[in-house]
Design a protein around this ligand. Structure first.
Ligand code: NAG
Ligand code: NAG
Ligand code: NAG
Ligand code: NAG
Ligand code: NAG
Ligand code: NAG
Ligand code: NAG
Length: 780
């Protein structure tokens, strides 16, 4: 302790000289009530006494964030960030230590983000340890950033049981990214998603903490006394040194060292959890996998796939082109299977056909329209659907992934799919952390090699894909049909399948392929604007996800607007949930959970993963279709846009369906993706309870589903919500109810993003206790 104090003193002397040079920040020991900061201007942060750490605004992609960064070194190194789900902040934001002792960020339009909202803090201080502390007038600590770690641990800070670090999205986006390091209450330190690493100390709970000392010693401690696992050894130099542990963007946690005596030196990695740069599951997103090239993690797509976003390979990959109808004999001849050897992935098998060789497995998948991917292992063949997740290349030779792709009919010499591979430097930044002078030469060499490699690959890919585009053009988007053709397909609009808010649906059969389809005749209100309609059809046509109903074609003739969609044999989710028990057995608990997860994935895709984000605006069981494998597919997405066109005239019209619409529709608040999150919450309750939102045959307190759910949740009587003889996992039910309650919060900003909903459904992140959905209204 004494030694570290003297070291502290020596670097304080040093950094004091630096702080003089920093003009945009003001060094002050105590922050008083009524103080505030803006992202731009003379004072953007409050410095610690030595100037080593700063609390305040720092720049992000498209805006700013509030947090703590190391101000005493040249490169801005963020160690803590407030409200990571609300980023970025605009340049109009104001950070306030209010006169009643709260810490808040005011955005424009009166939006307020609370960092510490209990109030009553008398003064605050940014300390030289990197801890920002709020005090009572007596000097007692009320709140401190050390208790709320984000992705970094500083010396003296601990990760307590139940706490987690979350990686960021990118170097310039501190929002919550893919990876989690969780100090579990059983004593195990675990990394998610899909548990890709653990400390195996699960027997040591419940009082194990992850600790970092000022000499770079990183270890697990039990009962604050017993060392149970030392990650690093004691004895790193402490003189002029600052250590920090960070869960990096690639999911690996590392110990960094900063030499405070020489500002021209960058920080260096002193220790890393592993040397396997591809360890982080999900680093390359869905349908993507990671390989190490030139000592850097590199993402690739499985054959026949391309990156959703070149700049963010962690979003994963999608088909480079659509397989429209594998039953169409013309198309059939061009589909083939490609291998990806030595793989392992997260399995969601739906069929295990009889096939004892790889060839049999291949041809079985080829003849099954619903098989998109197969995994062949030791004489067993498993059919799977997209997306596939957590793909790993492993050492075991027998595992072969078989992926359905298009083959080019003209040029069978080259296999197009094997070349549809992009290279992506995942962590170029990491290279920069290493001493610049030492590696600059190799960096240049690497860069040149990288550029040549990338160019070569890009060129090869481009050539092939252009080639493919010409041939596959007709298979790519939805087809334009004439009204007469659709009249024929539906036999004069004879068989009605149902009707929804957008129009009536008829059954049809495409003669050439005998493929059953659903033809939706849109209401006349949607008939305006041929251009808008065509544009919207293109946008919808470009969505490809296993949980979205596929748009096969459309018709836009005079006032007529029709859509041609995949026909789903099992009808809608409403049919299977709300039908009288006698007519059809209801899906069992595990099937229902799967349906909920499917829907969440579909919405997440619409919101975040497709090219043009789509707000559905009308998520409800009637718009969710079920295929014969029990896979849920969302339909009618993208149509709200068409109504919006019409909306200018009748701005009070509500787009969604009563009962599923979020409260902001009624309040004329801006409509965001959070309206779909609300509707998802209600649908989740429908699924869990197999009943409609409003049922006037039930007693008053049970009639409105979401109120009844909250009542049961509060009374801890969740089993009342499900059939008494049903085999329900109580813990899982509670999780589901909590997620639903978060989704139906009246206040949109309290609702989680769809990404977070998916993480919660998967059990990857902890689900906090939800407040009463209407409690916010009580406050206003
Ligand atoms: C900060 O304020 C507290 C309480 O008013 C006071 O005891 C302390 O000395 C102040 N610290 C500095 C460095 O001004
Ligand atoms: C910032 O505030 C000003 C005036 O209050 C306003 O005109 C401007 O549009 C705001 N900018 C943003 C990005 O919200
Ligand atoms: C955990 O450790 C703290 C401090 O050492 C102690 O007070 C507490 O009782 C411990 N809890 C358990 C469950 O061991
Ligand atoms: C940890 O502390 C708790 C309470 O102080 C005690 O009951 C328990 O035995 C301790 N565990 C060990 C392994 O010492
Ligand atoms: C871990 O470090 C502590 C403190 O230096 C030491 O007492 C203990 O023996 C170490 N344990 C292991 C397993 O190396
Ligand atoms: C500071 O670090 C740089 C880069 O490592 C080195 O070239 C320089 O000599 C160092 N200066 C001192 C005073 O150690
Ligand atoms: C393509 O395949 C056919 C038969 O499978 C073969 O006759 C032909 O030579 C191949 N074309 C090329 C360019 O290799």
């Amino acid at each position: 302790m004494e030694t570290s104090l003297s070291h502290m003193a020596s670097f304080i002397a040093f950094v004091c000289t630096i702080s003089l040079a920093i003009s945009t920040a003001k060094s002050q020991s105590n922050v008083t009530r009524g103080s505030s900061l803006k992202p731009t201007g003379a004072t953007t942060s409050w410095l610690s006494p030595s100037g080593l750490f700063a609390f305040g605004f720092y720049p992000q992609t498209d805006g700013y964030a509030v947090g703590i960064y190391i101000a005493g070194i040249p490169e801005r190194t963020v160690v803590w960030t407030a409200s990571r789900n609300d980023l970025p902040l605009s340049n109009n934001a104001t950070l306030r230590f209010t006169s009643d002792g709260r810490l808040t960020v005011e955005q424009t339009q009166g939006q307020q983000i609370n960092i510490f909202d209990t109030g009553g803090a008398s003064f605050a201080s940014m300390q030289d340890t990197g801890n920002f502390v709020l005090y009572e007038s007596t000097g007692t600590v009320l709140w401190q950033t050390f208790d709320h770690p984000t992705d970094t641990l500083l010396p003296g800070q601990r990760l307590l049981p139940g706490q987690s670090l979350y990686s960021g999205v990118s170097e310039t986006d501190q929002s919550i990214g893919v990876f989690q390091l969780s100090m579990q209450t059983d004593g195990n330190l675990v990394q998610f998603p899909n548990v890709y690493w653990q400390s195996n100390t699960g027997e040591d709970g419940p009082n194990v903490t992850l600790n970092l000392d000022s000499n770079g010693f990183l270890y697990l401690l039990k009962n604050s006394t017993f060392f149970i696992l030392n990650f690093t050894q004691k004895g790193y130099p402490t003189k002029d040194s600052l250590y920090r542990m960070k869960l990096d963007l690639d999911g690996i946690f590392r110990l960094y060292h900063h030499d405070l005596s020489n500002t021209s030196k960058s920080g260096s990695v002193k220790w890393a959890e592993t040397t396997n740069k591809c360890i982080g599951k999900g680093l390359c997103g869905v349908n993507g996998y990671c390989v190490v090239m030139n000592d850097a993690a590199t993402c690739r797509c499985i054959p026949g796939f391309e990156f959703i976003n070149e700049e963010r390979s962690s979003l994963g990959c999608r088909r480079a082109y659509t397989i429209e109808s594998c039953k169409n004999p013309d198309v059939e001849t061009r589909i083939q299977m490609t291998n990806l050897d030595n793989v392992r992935w997260d399995e969601s098998t739906y069929v295990i056909p009889k096939a004892s060789t790889q060839e049999e497995c291949s041809s079985a998948c080829l003849t099954d329209c619903n098989c998109e991917v197969a995994l062949f292992t030791e004489q067993e063949c498993r059919f799977q659907r997209l997306p596939i997740r957590y793909i790993e290349i492993i050492d075991i030779e027998q595992k072969v992934g078989l992926i359905k792709v298009y083959k080019s009919s003209e040029d069978n010499r080259t296999n197009p799919t094997n070349q549809a591979i992009h290279l992506k430097k995942v962590r170029q930044k990491e290279v920069m952390v290493i001493g610049v002078s030492l590696v600059s030469f190799s960096v240049i060499v690497l860069l040149i090699a990288g550029i040549i490699l990338y160019r070569a690959q890009a060129w090869a890919y481009k050539k092939i894909s252009e080639n493919l585009n010409v041939q596959l053009f007709e298979d790519m988007g939805p087809k334009a049909f004439s009204y007469a053709a659709l009249e024929k397909i539906t036999d004069g609009f004879k068989e009605e399948l149902g009707s929804g808010s957008f129009g009536v649906v008829y059954k049809g059969i495409i003669e050439s392929s005998m493929r059953p389809v659903a033809v939706k005749k849109l209401k006349q209100e949607l008939a305006q604007g041929e251009r808008e309609f065509q544009t919207e059809m293109k946008v919808i046509g470009r969505t490809h996800h296993r949980n979205l109903a596929k748009l096969l074609g459309y018709c836009c003739e005079g006032p007529e607007r029709l859509l041609v969609l995949e026909h789903m044999s099992q009808g809608s989710l409403a049919d299977i949930l709300f039908a009288p028990e006698e007519s059809k057995p209801k899906p069992c608990w595990t099937e229902r959970i799967k349906i909920a997860v499917d829907i969440a994935h579909g919405i997440l895709y619409l919101h975040e993963e497709c090219e043009h984000p789509i707000i559905h605006c009308d998520i409800k069981p009637q718009n969710i279709l079920m295929d014969e494998f029990g896979c849920a597919k969302i339909s009618d997405f993208g149509l709200a846009k068409l109504l919006e066109h019409d909306q200018t005239k009748t701005s009070t019209m509500i787009r969604g369906t009563r009962g599923y619409v979020a409260p902001e529709w009624h309040k004329r608040l801006p409509i965001t993706v959070k309206v779909d999150v609300y509707s998802f919450g209600i649908v989740l309750f429908n699924i869990l309870c197999c009943r409609r939102n409003v049922d006037n045959n039930l007693p008053d307190n049970e009639a409105i589903l979401e109120e009844w759910v909250y009542e049961c949740y509060e009374a801890n009587q969740l089993l009342k919500l499900v059939d008494y003889d049903e085999d329900v996992e109580k813990g899982r039910l509670e999780q589901m109810v909590k997620i639903g309650l978060w989704c139906v919060q009246e206040e949109p900003s309290l609702r989680p993003s769809m990404k977070r909903v998916v993480l919660m459904l998967e059990g990857t992140v902890k689900i906090p206790v939800p407040p009463n959905p209407t409690s916010f209204l009580g406050v206003v």
